[in-house]
Design a protein around this ligand. Structure first.
Ligand code: SF4
Length: 349
């Protein structure tokens, strides 16, 4: 931990995550009889300020969704071991009793747009019935009809959708409905898990512009989980690149995109197709399985710069706006220090 230590103050901070880990229990037993674990998220740190959007990007199965579900506290406690600290508005939410978190935080202060909006609506209830259920489930005591109409209008849908069933809506409309559902109780933070996947490019652009306007008009904060770096560049203020269950590089959008320091981030950015460029490159190999907690850099098998010291896991090296987990950072620092310490070349030499 400690990648964020240089900015320990909570000024403007909405959510701060320190050393968050989440591991799934499998049905297989290890040599000592205990359940084997899949270490899906390991020692993740980040901070998000009010009104900012954090983009989390990485390949499939790198732990992005588990991270979002852990913040929302919807991982099954019987199946998952979670540790670390999450502070929201100064309150430590992982230690709260479930009843307290459900009453004060879930959906009221932190809401989620779940992956697969197309399938996350109940086919046998109208949209209005599903919205009403969210409000009553979370003890809303205001004017429910007004709140529902407002949420639907905020996502630019006609109120006529409220009397329809999910199968009567297009994919883009369903995506807007689940976004509106997340907005019902005016949360400060919305976690959006792949909100543009499976949508055509025109609807994708509409959804991105909708999230942008909610951010600028309502001051809402987002954690946007995606594998699409181009989408992130449209909306994120800060970016976390995930690999093998860890955020291996964290920083401002500008710093991470313009001066990527981790070899995995560099590889990901080179794999974005461009209209005029040649074919995009790719990162050979596959991510680690995470059944064992790796005792070396998780990217070592795919990294073109792997060296002897990478057989030990790299710590978080502080950068201008965040951190990076790569030993190259230490090598670079040592090289620049020895250059600075070297005596200037003698005249005539
Ligand atoms: Fe590559 Fe080593 Fe950096 Fe890992 S620590 S990304 S193996 S250079």
């Amino acid at each position: 931990m400690g990648g964020l230590d240089r900015d320990a103050g909570d000024g403007g901070s909405l959510i701060r995550v320190d050393g968050l880990s989440a591991a799934y229990r499998t049905h297989d037993r290890g040599a000592r009889g205990g359940r084997k674990m899949v270490h899906a998220v390991h020692d993740v740190d980040f901070e998000l300020k009010k009104g900012q959007t954090l983009g989390i990007a990485g390949e499939s199965a790198c732990g992005k969704s588990t991270l979002g579900l852990a913040v929302m506290r919807v991982l099954e406690p019987d199946a998952v071991e979670t540790s670390g600290r999450i502070t929201c508005g100064g309150e430590s939410i992982l230690e709260m009793p479930e009843s307290g978190f459900d009453a004060d935080f879930r959906w009221k202060r932190i809401a989620m747009i779940f992956q697969g909006a197309m399938n996350s609506l109940d086919p046998v209830f109208t949209i209005r019935e599903q919205f009403s259920e969210v409000l009553s489930r979370h003890g809303y005591d205001g004017d429910a009809d007004k709140a529902i109409s407002r949420a639907v209008r905020e996502v630019n849908l006609s109120e006529s959708v409220l009397s329809r069933y999910p199968h009567e809506l297009s994919g883009g409309m369903k995506q807007r409905v689940v976004i509106a559902m997340a907005l019902l109780l005016k949360p400060e933070l919305v976690i959006a898990d792949e909100p543009t996947t499976a949508l055509d490019v025109l609807v994708q652009a509409q959804v991105i512009s909708l999230l942008k306007s909610l951010k600028s008009d309502e001051g809402m904060s987002f954690i946007l989980i995606t594998h699409d770096l181009a989408v992130l560049s449209e909306i994120a203020d800060v970016v976390g690149i995930m690999y093998g269950g860890q955020i291996v590089e964290f920083g401002s959008l500008q710093e991470v995109y313009e001066n990527p320091r981790h070899p995995y981030t560099q590889g990901l950015l080179k794999s974005i197709p461009t209209i005029r460029g040649g074919p995009p490159s790719y990162i050979a190999g596959v991510p680690p399985a995470l059944l064992e907690e790796p005792r070396q850099c998780r990217f070592i098998d795919r990294c073109p710069y792997a060296m002897e010291k990478c057989t030990a896991p790299p710590p978080k090296f502080v950068t201008n706006t965040g951190y990076v987990m790569c030993w190259l950072e230490e090598e670079e620092k040592a090289a620049s220090q020895s250059n600075a310490a070297a005596p200037p070349p003698r005249e005539g030499s």
